[in-house]
Design a protein around this ligand. Structure first.
Ligand code: SAH
Ligand code: SF4
Length: 358
C-alpha cells in the first residue's frame, strides 16, 4: 500500500489513475497532507466516495498517539505506537520545541539504538528496529496536526513547524534508507529548506559522506571527547571510526557559506570537562568550519554520570572561546517531562499525572 506521508504527486496521480479516479485530486490530497492532515475524513474538498477509497488505497496514518505531555516551557513530548510494518506494536517518542519565532520537531529514526553510549537513555533501551521513511515523516505530520488542533500560547510558540532535528531516539546513520527517504520528502514535498534540517550522528563516517553527497543538510556530531581513549568509552562507535577518520570526513562535508558543523559535547563532571579536555578540543576543532555546542547532562536512571555545574560549563565555554573556538551552551528544553536530549526512552512508562490524553 502506498504510504501517504511520503507519496509524491506523480505517485499519487498514478494511484488515482489506476483506480479510475481523477488525477487532479492528487494535488488537493497532497495539500492536506503537507499541512499534517492525513485522515481522509478531514479532507473537506474531496468527495466522500473518494475519501473512503483513499483510506483503502493508501496507508494514511501509520502511528497512533498514545500520550502527549507538555512541559512548563511549552515543549511537547509525544509517545507514538507503530501500527503496521516491521516495528508493529513498538513505541517511539518525538518532541516539539516551541519558540516565538520558530518551531522545531525532534524526530526518532529507530526504536532504541544499537550503539550503547553509556550516558544516553536511548542507548539503554533494547534496539527494536529501524523506522521506515513514512513512519519518520508521520511524526512531523502528527505534530503539525496537533498544533493546529491545540495551539500553544503565542507568547511561547509560532505554532508551526519550521525546523527539523534528527536528535530523537536512534542513530540516523544506522538507518540510512529510512532517513534518506525522510529527507527526500521533507525537502521535496514539505518544502523545508536544507538549512532548517539538522541531522545528529555519533559519527558513522561512510554514512556522513553519502549524506553530504545526496542530502547535504546541517550536520551535528556527537563528539563528547576529543581524544580516542576517552571517546572509545563515551561513544563506543569511535572504536570502529576513530577521530582521525572522523576529522577527514568532516573536512570534506559540503557546507554552504556562513554555515558550520556543530560538535555536540555533553558535559560530564570529572570525565570530559578537565583542562586536558580543553587542550584536546583545541587540537581537534577545525575553527573555520565547526563550532562546539556544550550540552548540560540530563540525568536518567540508567546512567550514573554527574553533569558539570552551570558555572563550570560557563568557564569551560570561555576557555574554548579564548582559544578561538566558537562555543555555545545549549539551553535545555522539556527536562521536566524527560523530553530533553538523551532522555527519550519509549520503554519507560509515562508518568500518569503528567500525561494528557490524545
Ligand atoms: N544518535 C544520534 C542522535 C540522537 S542523540 C547521536 O548520537 O548524535 C541527540 C544528542 O543528545 C546527541 O548529541 C547525544 O549525544 C545527546 N545526549 C545523549 N544522552 C544525553 C544526556 N543524557 N544528556 C544530554 N545529552 C545527551
Ligand atoms: Fe544512540 Fe545517539 Fe544515544 Fe549514542 S547518543 S546511544 S548513538 S541515540
Amino acid at each position: 500500500m502506498t504510504p501517504l506521508a511520503t507519496a509524491s504527486l506523480a505517485e499519487l496521480r498514478t494511484l488515482l489513475d489506476q483506480h479510475g479516479a481523477p488525477a487532479f485530486r492528487a494535488q488537493q490530497i497532497l495539500d492536506w497532507r503537507n499541512k499534517g492532515v492525513v485522515n481522509p475524513e478531514e479532507m473537506r474538498n474531496i468527495p466522500n466516495a473518494l475519501r473512503e477509497k483513499l483510506a483503502e488505497w493508501c496507508l494514511c496514518d501509520p502511528l497512533t498517539l498514545i500520550t502527549r505531555q507538555q512541559s512548563a516551557d511549552g515543549t511537547r513530548k509525544y509517545l507514538l505506537q507503530l501500527d503496521q510494518g516491521k516495528c508493529i506494536g513498538k513505541r517511539v517518542e518525538c518532541v516539539f520545541i516551541p519558540e516565538p519565532e520558530r518551531g522545531t520537531v525532534c524526530i526518532s529514526s529507530q526504536v532504541g539504538c544499537t550503539l550503547d553510549c553509556p550516558f544516553c537513555c536511548t542507548g539503554s533501551q533494547p534496539f527494536d528496529g529501524n523506522l521506515a521513511g513514512h513512519e519518520i515523516v508521520a511524526q512531523v505530520l502528527m505534530v503539525m496536526a496537533d498544533l493546529r488542533r491545540d495551539p500553544l500560547p503565542v507568547s511561547l510558540s509560532a505554532n508551526r513547524v519550521s525546523h527539523i532535528v534528527f536528535m530523537g531516539q536512534g542513530e540516523p546513520m544506522s538507518n540510512e534508507k529510512g532517513v534518506h527517504d525522510t529527507l527526500k520528502t521533507l525537502l521535496d514535498q514539505l518544502n523545508i529548506s536544507r538549512r532548517r534540517i539538522t541531522l545528529s550522528t555519533s559519527g558513522l563516517v561512510h554514512g556522513i559522506t553519502r549524506l553530504g553527497a545526496k542530502y547535504p543538510v546541517n550536520l551535528a556530531i556527537s563528539l563528547h571527547a576529543a581524544n580516542d581513549a576517552l571517546r572509545d568509552q563515551l561513544v563506543p562507535i569511535n572504536r570502529t571510526f576513530p577521530l582521525a577518520q572522523l576529522r577527514q570526513v568532516l573536512d570534506n562535508y559540503p557546507l554552504p557559506a556562513q554555515r558550520h558543523i556543530t560538535l555536540e559535547y555533553v558535559m560530564l563532571a570529572g570525565v570530559n570537562d578537565r583542562e586536558e579536555d580543553i587542550a584536546a578540543l583545541a587540537r581537534f576543532v577545525n575553527r573555520g568550519r565547526e563550532r562546539v555546542n556544550l550540552i548540560h547532562y540530563n540525568p536518567h536512571p540508567a546512567s550514573d554520570f554527574t553533569g558539570s555545574s552551570s558555572d563550570h560549563i560557563n568557564t569551560f565555554a570561555a576557555a574554548l572561546t579564548n582559544r578561538g573556538i566558537r562555543t555555545t551552551v545549549r539551553r535545555s528544553r522539556g527536562d521536566d517531562i524527560a523530553a530533553a536530549c538523551g532522555q527519550l526512552n519509549s520503554s519507560t512508562p509515562t508518568a500518569p499525572e503528567n500525561a494528557a490524553p490524545a
